[in-house]
Design a protein around this ligand. Structure first.
Ligand code: NDP
Length: 289
Protein backbone atom coordinates (compact mmCIF):
# COMPACT_ATOMS: atom_id res chain seq x y z
CA UNK A 1 0.00 0.00 0.00
CA UNK A 2 1.30 3.42 -0.96
CA UNK A 3 2.44 6.08 1.48
CA UNK A 4 -0.30 8.71 1.75
CA UNK A 5 0.94 12.21 0.99
CA UNK A 6 -1.14 14.19 3.46
CA UNK A 7 -1.65 17.57 1.83
CA UNK A 8 -3.85 18.78 4.64
CA UNK A 9 -1.17 18.21 7.28
CA UNK A 10 1.62 19.63 5.11
CA UNK A 11 -0.48 22.69 4.22
CA UNK A 12 -1.27 23.26 7.90
CA UNK A 13 2.46 23.29 8.67
CA UNK A 14 3.17 25.70 5.81
CA UNK A 15 0.35 27.97 6.87
CA UNK A 16 1.78 28.06 10.37
CA UNK A 17 5.12 29.20 8.93
CA UNK A 18 3.39 31.83 6.77
CA UNK A 19 1.48 33.11 9.82
CA UNK A 20 4.80 33.58 11.69
CA UNK A 21 6.37 35.38 8.72
CA UNK A 22 3.28 37.56 8.37
CA UNK A 23 3.42 38.54 12.04
CA UNK A 24 7.13 39.39 11.66
CA UNK A 25 6.43 41.50 8.55
CA UNK A 26 3.72 43.34 10.44
CA UNK A 27 6.04 44.03 13.37
CA UNK A 28 8.65 45.45 11.03
CA UNK A 29 6.41 47.50 8.74
CA UNK A 30 3.07 48.00 10.47
CA UNK A 31 1.45 46.67 7.28
CA UNK A 32 -1.03 43.79 7.10
CA UNK A 33 -0.85 41.89 3.79
CA UNK A 34 -4.20 42.27 2.07
CA UNK A 35 -5.76 39.98 -0.54
CA UNK A 36 -8.70 41.31 -2.56
CA UNK A 37 -10.82 38.53 -4.05
CA UNK A 38 -13.17 39.16 -6.96
CA UNK A 39 -16.09 36.78 -7.40
CA UNK A 40 -18.34 37.18 -10.42
CA UNK A 41 -21.73 35.44 -10.52
CA UNK A 42 -23.09 32.81 -8.21
CA UNK A 43 -21.37 29.55 -9.15
CA UNK A 44 -21.56 27.59 -5.86
CA UNK A 45 -18.16 25.87 -6.29
CA UNK A 46 -16.43 29.21 -6.93
CA UNK A 47 -18.10 30.71 -3.87
CA UNK A 48 -16.83 27.79 -1.74
CA UNK A 49 -13.27 28.18 -3.09
CA UNK A 50 -13.23 31.93 -2.43
CA UNK A 51 -14.62 31.47 1.06
CA UNK A 52 -11.97 28.90 1.98
CA UNK A 53 -9.22 31.16 0.60
CA UNK A 54 -10.54 34.06 2.68
CA UNK A 55 -10.80 31.95 5.80
CA UNK A 56 -7.22 30.74 5.33
CA UNK A 57 -6.06 34.37 5.01
CA UNK A 58 -7.73 35.33 8.25
CA UNK A 59 -6.28 32.35 10.13
CA UNK A 60 -2.77 33.30 8.99
CA UNK A 61 -3.23 36.96 10.02
CA UNK A 62 -3.66 38.33 6.49
CA UNK A 63 -6.51 40.64 5.60
CA UNK A 64 -8.98 39.60 2.91
CA UNK A 65 -11.82 41.46 1.25
CA UNK A 66 -14.40 40.13 -1.19
CA UNK A 67 -15.75 42.03 -4.19
CA UNK A 68 -18.87 40.33 -5.51
CA UNK A 69 -20.20 41.21 -8.94
CA UNK A 70 -23.36 40.17 -10.66
CA UNK A 71 -23.20 37.35 -13.26
CA UNK A 72 -24.34 39.85 -15.91
CA UNK A 73 -21.53 42.36 -15.26
CA UNK A 74 -19.81 43.70 -18.38
CA UNK A 75 -16.13 43.22 -19.11
CA UNK A 76 -15.49 46.93 -18.83
CA UNK A 77 -17.16 47.11 -15.40
CA UNK A 78 -14.96 44.25 -14.21
CA UNK A 79 -11.87 45.94 -15.68
CA UNK A 80 -12.80 49.12 -13.84
CA UNK A 81 -12.84 47.21 -10.55
CA UNK A 82 -9.48 45.58 -11.33
CA UNK A 83 -8.07 49.01 -12.11
CA UNK A 84 -9.31 50.38 -8.78
CA UNK A 85 -7.71 47.48 -6.92
CA UNK A 86 -4.47 47.92 -8.89
CA UNK A 87 -4.34 51.55 -7.76
CA UNK A 88 -5.32 50.91 -4.16
CA UNK A 89 -2.06 51.03 -2.16
CA UNK A 90 -3.84 49.18 0.64
CA UNK A 91 -4.40 46.07 -1.55
CA UNK A 92 -1.36 43.82 -2.10
CA UNK A 93 -2.80 40.82 -3.92
CA UNK A 94 -5.69 40.46 -6.38
CA UNK A 95 -7.44 37.19 -7.03
CA UNK A 96 -10.04 36.94 -9.78
CA UNK A 97 -11.87 33.66 -9.22
CA UNK A 98 -12.28 31.63 -12.42
CA UNK A 99 -14.27 30.73 -14.42
CA UNK A 100 -15.72 34.07 -15.50
CA UNK A 101 -19.09 34.37 -17.29
CA UNK A 102 -19.10 33.97 -21.05
CA UNK A 103 -19.39 37.66 -21.95
CA UNK A 104 -15.98 38.31 -20.35
CA UNK A 105 -12.63 37.43 -21.95
CA UNK A 106 -10.62 35.85 -19.14
CA UNK A 107 -7.28 36.77 -20.68
CA UNK A 108 -8.24 40.46 -20.90
CA UNK A 109 -9.06 40.50 -17.19
CA UNK A 110 -6.07 38.46 -16.01
CA UNK A 111 -3.71 40.57 -18.14
CA UNK A 112 -5.14 43.70 -16.51
CA UNK A 113 -4.13 42.66 -12.98
CA UNK A 114 -0.97 44.51 -11.93
CA UNK A 115 1.96 42.07 -12.24
CA UNK A 116 3.03 43.10 -8.72
CA UNK A 117 -0.37 42.04 -7.32
CA UNK A 118 -0.78 38.92 -9.47
CA UNK A 119 -0.84 36.35 -6.66
CA UNK A 120 -2.17 33.63 -8.99
CA UNK A 121 0.88 34.09 -11.26
CA UNK A 122 -1.23 34.30 -14.41
CA UNK A 123 0.16 37.56 -15.84
CA UNK A 124 2.40 37.05 -18.90
CA UNK A 125 5.20 39.02 -17.22
CA UNK A 126 5.14 36.65 -14.25
CA UNK A 127 4.84 33.54 -16.42
CA UNK A 128 7.82 34.84 -18.41
CA UNK A 129 9.87 35.31 -15.24
CA UNK A 130 8.88 31.83 -14.13
CA UNK A 131 9.91 30.27 -17.42
CA UNK A 132 13.29 31.97 -17.14
CA UNK A 133 13.81 30.45 -13.70
CA UNK A 134 13.52 33.73 -11.76
CA UNK A 135 9.94 33.64 -10.50
CA UNK A 136 8.35 36.64 -8.81
CA UNK A 137 5.34 34.56 -7.69
CA UNK A 138 4.84 30.81 -7.63
CA UNK A 139 1.89 29.41 -9.62
CA UNK A 140 -0.26 28.23 -6.70
CA UNK A 141 -1.37 24.72 -7.67
CA UNK A 142 1.88 23.61 -9.36
CA UNK A 143 3.96 25.06 -6.52
CA UNK A 144 1.69 23.22 -4.10
CA UNK A 145 2.42 19.93 -5.94
CA UNK A 146 6.15 20.66 -5.87
CA UNK A 147 6.01 21.41 -2.14
CA UNK A 148 4.21 18.10 -1.53
CA UNK A 149 7.10 16.26 -3.21
CA UNK A 150 9.67 18.24 -1.26
CA UNK A 151 8.00 17.84 2.12
CA UNK A 152 7.56 14.10 1.48
CA UNK A 153 11.27 13.71 0.74
CA UNK A 154 10.71 12.58 -2.85
CA UNK A 155 13.76 13.07 -5.05
CA UNK A 156 12.96 14.87 -8.32
CA UNK A 157 16.49 15.33 -9.73
CA UNK A 158 16.80 13.13 -12.81
CA UNK A 159 13.34 11.66 -12.28
CA UNK A 160 10.96 11.31 -15.21
CA UNK A 161 7.97 13.49 -14.36
CA UNK A 162 4.95 12.98 -16.58
CA UNK A 163 2.38 15.78 -16.41
CA UNK A 164 -1.12 14.95 -17.68
CA UNK A 165 -2.67 18.20 -18.90
CA UNK A 166 -1.29 21.36 -20.47
CA UNK A 167 -3.57 24.08 -19.10
CA UNK A 168 -2.16 27.52 -18.32
CA UNK A 169 -3.24 27.09 -14.70
CA UNK A 170 -1.85 23.66 -13.89
CA UNK A 171 -0.17 21.50 -16.55
CA UNK A 172 2.06 24.01 -18.30
CA UNK A 173 3.40 25.85 -15.23
CA UNK A 174 3.80 22.48 -13.49
CA UNK A 175 6.12 21.34 -16.26
CA UNK A 176 7.99 24.67 -16.08
CA UNK A 177 8.62 24.26 -12.35
CA UNK A 178 9.84 20.68 -12.60
CA UNK A 179 12.23 21.30 -15.49
CA UNK A 180 14.01 24.22 -13.79
CA UNK A 181 17.50 23.83 -12.45
CA UNK A 182 17.71 23.43 -8.71
CA UNK A 183 16.46 21.61 -5.68
CA UNK A 184 13.03 19.97 -5.89
CA UNK A 185 13.22 20.28 -9.69
CA UNK A 186 15.89 19.10 -12.19
CA UNK A 187 13.42 16.57 -13.58
CA UNK A 188 13.06 15.18 -17.09
CA UNK A 189 9.56 16.29 -18.01
CA UNK A 190 6.98 14.97 -20.46
CA UNK A 191 3.71 16.87 -20.92
CA UNK A 192 0.69 14.95 -22.24
CA UNK A 193 -2.68 16.23 -23.48
CA UNK A 194 -5.75 15.10 -25.37
CA UNK A 195 -3.81 14.70 -28.63
CA UNK A 196 -1.03 12.58 -27.10
CA UNK A 197 -0.66 9.17 -28.74
CA UNK A 198 -0.08 5.98 -26.72
CA UNK A 199 -0.73 7.78 -23.46
CA UNK A 200 -0.40 4.68 -21.27
CA UNK A 201 2.99 3.83 -22.78
CA UNK A 202 4.19 7.27 -21.62
CA UNK A 203 2.54 7.28 -18.20
CA UNK A 204 4.06 3.85 -17.50
CA UNK A 205 7.50 5.44 -17.81
CA UNK A 206 6.77 8.00 -15.10
CA UNK A 207 8.70 8.01 -11.84
CA UNK A 208 6.39 10.82 -10.77
CA UNK A 209 2.96 11.23 -12.38
CA UNK A 210 1.05 14.49 -11.97
CA UNK A 211 -2.54 14.18 -13.15
CA UNK A 212 -4.41 17.38 -14.05
CA UNK A 213 -6.96 16.45 -16.68
CA UNK A 214 -10.34 17.01 -15.08
CA UNK A 215 -11.41 13.42 -15.93
CA UNK A 216 -12.73 11.46 -12.94
CA UNK A 217 -10.58 8.44 -12.00
CA UNK A 218 -8.96 8.41 -15.44
CA UNK A 219 -5.57 7.04 -14.35
CA UNK A 220 -5.79 3.36 -13.49
CA UNK A 221 -3.24 0.86 -12.14
CA UNK A 222 -2.53 -0.41 -15.68
CA UNK A 223 -1.29 3.06 -16.64
CA UNK A 224 1.49 3.29 -14.04
CA UNK A 225 4.61 1.39 -13.11
CA UNK A 226 5.01 -0.10 -9.64
CA UNK A 227 6.71 2.34 -7.29
CA UNK A 228 5.44 5.48 -9.04
CA UNK A 229 4.71 8.63 -7.03
CA UNK A 230 1.30 10.06 -7.94
CA UNK A 231 0.11 13.62 -7.41
CA UNK A 232 -3.59 13.93 -8.20
CA UNK A 233 -4.64 17.51 -8.97
CA UNK A 234 -8.12 16.64 -10.23
CA UNK A 235 -11.26 17.68 -8.42
CA UNK A 236 -14.35 16.09 -9.92
CA UNK A 237 -17.81 15.70 -8.47
CA UNK A 238 -19.53 12.40 -9.22
CA UNK A 239 -23.27 11.98 -9.87
CA UNK A 240 -23.81 10.99 -6.22
CA UNK A 241 -22.03 14.15 -5.02
CA UNK A 242 -18.70 12.60 -3.95
CA UNK A 243 -15.38 14.29 -4.75
CA UNK A 244 -12.90 12.21 -6.73
CA UNK A 245 -9.59 12.96 -8.38
CA UNK A 246 -8.28 12.21 -11.86
CA UNK A 247 -6.70 9.03 -10.47
CA UNK A 248 -8.46 5.81 -9.54
CA UNK A 249 -7.15 5.92 -5.98
CA UNK A 250 -8.20 2.37 -5.02
CA UNK A 251 -6.29 0.59 -7.80
CA UNK A 252 -3.34 2.99 -8.17
CA UNK A 253 -2.59 3.18 -4.43
CA UNK A 254 -2.07 -0.59 -4.47
CA UNK A 255 0.95 -0.25 -6.78
CA UNK A 256 2.26 3.29 -6.14
CA UNK A 257 5.04 4.20 -3.70
CA UNK A 258 3.24 7.36 -2.61
CA UNK A 259 0.00 9.08 -3.59
CA UNK A 260 -2.10 12.13 -2.70
CA UNK A 261 -5.73 11.69 -1.68
CA UNK A 262 -8.65 13.73 -3.05
CA UNK A 263 -9.77 15.66 -1.11
CA UNK A 264 -6.93 16.49 1.27
CA UNK A 265 -4.05 16.40 -1.22
CA UNK A 266 -3.28 19.23 -3.62
CA UNK A 267 -6.31 21.42 -2.76
CA UNK A 268 -5.09 22.66 0.67
CA UNK A 269 -1.61 23.27 -0.79
CA UNK A 270 -3.00 25.58 -3.48
CA UNK A 271 -4.44 27.77 -0.75
CA UNK A 272 -1.22 27.77 1.28
CA UNK A 273 0.70 28.95 -1.80
CA UNK A 274 -1.81 31.74 -2.35
CA UNK A 275 -1.13 33.00 1.17
CA UNK A 276 2.60 32.81 0.54
CA UNK A 277 2.20 34.84 -2.65
CA UNK A 278 0.10 37.46 -0.88
CA UNK A 279 2.85 37.92 1.70
CA UNK A 280 5.42 38.10 -1.12
CA UNK A 281 3.28 40.74 -2.87
CA UNK A 282 3.07 42.83 0.31
CA UNK A 283 6.86 42.61 0.74
CA UNK A 284 7.42 43.60 -2.88
CA UNK A 285 5.17 46.61 -2.66
CA UNK A 286 6.60 47.66 0.67
CA UNK A 287 10.13 47.53 -0.74
CA UNK A 288 9.13 49.86 -3.57
CA UNK A 289 7.72 52.62 -1.35
P1 NDP B 1 -8.34 22.06 -18.14
O1 NDP B 1 -9.65 21.48 -18.55
O2 NDP B 1 -8.05 23.49 -18.40
O3 NDP B 1 -7.17 21.19 -18.79
C1 NDP B 1 -7.24 19.81 -18.86
C2 NDP B 1 -6.05 19.28 -19.62
O4 NDP B 1 -6.15 17.86 -19.66
C3 NDP B 1 -5.98 19.77 -21.07
O5 NDP B 1 -4.65 20.11 -21.38
C4 NDP B 1 -6.47 18.57 -21.87
O6 NDP B 1 -5.86 18.46 -23.15
C5 NDP B 1 -6.01 17.42 -21.01
N1 NDP B 1 -6.87 16.25 -21.21
C6 NDP B 1 -8.21 16.17 -21.10
N2 NDP B 1 -8.63 14.92 -21.38
C7 NDP B 1 -7.53 14.20 -21.69
C8 NDP B 1 -7.32 12.85 -22.07
N3 NDP B 1 -8.34 11.99 -22.21
N4 NDP B 1 -6.06 12.45 -22.31
C9 NDP B 1 -5.02 13.29 -22.19
N5 NDP B 1 -5.16 14.60 -21.82
C10 NDP B 1 -6.41 15.04 -21.58
O7 NDP B 1 -8.23 21.73 -16.59
P2 NDP B 1 -7.29 22.40 -15.43
O8 NDP B 1 -5.87 22.21 -15.77
O9 NDP B 1 -7.79 23.74 -15.08
O10 NDP B 1 -7.69 21.44 -14.22
C11 NDP B 1 -7.42 20.05 -14.25
C12 NDP B 1 -8.05 19.41 -13.02
O11 NDP B 1 -7.46 19.94 -11.86
C13 NDP B 1 -9.55 19.66 -12.86
O12 NDP B 1 -10.14 18.51 -12.27
C14 NDP B 1 -9.62 20.82 -11.89
O13 NDP B 1 -10.82 20.85 -11.16
C15 NDP B 1 -8.45 20.50 -11.01
N6 NDP B 1 -7.85 21.66 -10.33
C16 NDP B 1 -7.53 21.49 -9.03
C17 NDP B 1 -6.93 22.50 -8.31
C18 NDP B 1 -6.55 22.25 -6.91
O14 NDP B 1 -6.24 23.18 -6.18
N7 NDP B 1 -6.52 21.00 -6.46
C19 NDP B 1 -6.65 23.81 -8.93
C20 NDP B 1 -6.94 23.86 -10.35
C21 NDP B 1 -7.54 22.80 -11.01
P3 NDP B 1 -6.08 19.58 -24.33
O15 NDP B 1 -5.24 20.74 -23.93
O16 NDP B 1 -5.60 18.91 -25.53
O17 NDP B 1 -7.55 19.87 -24.33
Amino acid sequence: MAQLIDGKAIATRLRGRIAEQTAEFQRQTGVTPHLAAVLVGDDPASAVYVRSKQRACEHAGLRSTLHRLDAGVSQSELLTLVDQLNNDADVHGILVQLPLPRQIAETAVLDAVSPLKDVDCFHPENVGLLSQGRPRFQPCTPAGCQALLKESGIETAGAHVVVLGRSEIVGKPMALLMVQKGKTADATVTVCHSRTRNLSAITRQADILIAALGRPQFVTAEMVQPGVVVIDVGINRTADGALVGDVDFASVSAVARAITPVPGGVGPMTIAMLLQNTLTAARLQQSRR
